[in-house]
Design a protein around this ligand. Sequence first.
Ligand code: NDP
Length: 255
Amino acid sequence: MARVALVTGGGRGIGRGIAERFAADGHTVIIAARSQSEVEASAQAICKAGGSAQGRTLDVTDPSAAERLVREIVSTHGRLDILANSAGTSYIAPLVLADPERARAVLETNLLGAWIVSRAVLRPMMAARWGRIIHIGSISAEVAAPFATIYAASKGGVHALVRSLALELAHAGITVNAVAPGYVRTQLFNETQGRRAELKNVPREQHEADLLAEVPTGRFVEVSDVAWAVAYLASEEARSVTGQVLTVDGGRTAV
Ligand code: NDP
C-alpha cells in the first residue's frame, strides 16, 4: 500500500537511499534536512525517476519546526504513516581536548532530535492507529572505539529510546525500531574515519583496510543494504516487530 513517509537526513547518504527505496515502493516521500539544495536535489532525482517526493528544510533539534512540518504534511497529504529518522552527526575527539559545544550538538541532533521528531509525528499516527517509526542507530552503541565517546553514547541512547517508546505505543498500532548500520561510505563516514586515522597516526588507506579486516563479509555496507532493512520495518508485514535494533553490519558485531 502506498504510504506517506517523512525521511529526515534525506539530503544525502543513508537517508537519501531510504527516500529512494520508499519512492520505489510507491510511497510519497517528504525529504527533510537543513541544506535546502540537498533536499531539493534528492526530491528532484526521485521525481525524475517517476516517484513522488518533496524536499523541505528542517533542523531536527527544533521542536516547533518539526511540528510545523508534520502539520504541513498532514494538511497536504491527509496523513503521515512512516518516519525514517536518518539525520545524524558525529564528533571524534580525545575527551581531554574535546569541545563541550560540539558534543552538545551531537547529543541534540542524534538523541534529542530522535525524540523530537518521534514526538512530532505521533498525533497523526495515533489518530490513524497505524504508524512506523524507524531510527538509524549505529553499531557504535555496541562496538567501542576510542575518541567516539559522545557519538557512541548518543546512539546507545537512541537504541534505548526505541525500546521504551515501542512499549508506550504497542497498543496504538505504531511500531518503533532502529536499524544499526556498520560502516557505510558516506560523508559522515569519510569525516569520521579520516579523523580517526589522524588520531591513530596511520595513513587513511591503512585505517580503512584495518576497518575492513574487522568485517566478516569483507565489504563495507552499501546504503541500499540499510534502506532495504528500513523498508522492511516500514512494511505492513513487520507489524509484530517492535522495540528492536536490526543490525546491518556485514557480521561486524557477530565477531
Ligand atoms: P551523511 O553525513 O551523509 O548524512 C547525514 C544527514 O543528516 C544529512 O542529510 C544532513 O543534512 C542531516 N542532518 C545532520 N544534522 C541535521 C539536523 N540537525 N537536522 C536535520 N538534518 C540533519 O551521514 P550518513 O548518511 O552516514 O548518516 C545517516 C545516519 O546513519 C546518521 O544517524 C549516522 O549516525 C548513521 N550511521 C552512519 C554510519 C556510516 O558508516 N555512514 C554507520 C552507523 C550509523 P544537513 O547537514 O543538510 O542538515
